[in-house]
Design a protein around this ligand. Structure first.
Ligand SMILES: [Cu+2]
Length: 161
């Protein structure tokens, strides 16, 4: 009997925490839309590089990523990689939905932004500005960093927790 009641006492703070979260006024998380972890692998050539980042829509409103622009590339296109009949394919996307309260990850192998016709060499440690254009949030400019190929793999895995 003593044991049972102490277990209940231990659980109580957890329940209070959960209720506290649920009844919070901001059911919209951070309350803003943020773009995080913008990186690109050091490209092997000036032809192209795949930009990765995470869009965190902490608002209570659905949004849409409509385009991405940057000075370092002649063109930047939203792409999605997929497997089709055992073949890896990439197709252009006009826009990507970013539902309220969700995180959308762009990374090679899935959604990504293909930078093509690079205007200057990108070396590890270099940074450049990237502007994401959203239907509601407007333009969000972030600094993207050039990293060693493969350097981000571990980080990305941990992000899913
Ligand atoms: Cu691509």
């Amino acid at each position: 009997m003593f044991r049972r009641s102490s277990v209940l006492l231990l659980l109580l703070p957890v329940v209070v925490l959960l209720v506290g979260c649920g009844s919070s006024d901001s059911k919209a998380g951070s309350g803003r839309l943020a773009v995080e972890q913008a990186t690109v692998d050091r490209p092997v050539s000036q032809a192209q590089a795949a930009l990765r980042f995470v869009i965190d829509n902490g608002t209570g409103t659905d949004d849409t990523l409509e385009s991405v622009t940057t000075d370092v590339a002649g063109s930047s296109t939203i792409h999605e990689s997929a497997l089709s009949g055992g073949m890896a394919t990439m197709k252009a996307r006009d826009s990507v939905a970013v539902p309220a309260g969700s995180k959308v990850t762009f990374a090679p192998g899935g959604l990504h932004v293909m930078l093509e016709d690079l205007r200057r060499p990108l070396e590890v440690g270099d940074t450049f500005d990237v502007t994401l254009h959203f239907a509601r949030a407007g333009s969000v400019t972030v600094t993207a960093k050039v990293v060693s190929p493969g350097a981000m793999t571990d980080d990305q895995e941990h992000d899913h927790g």
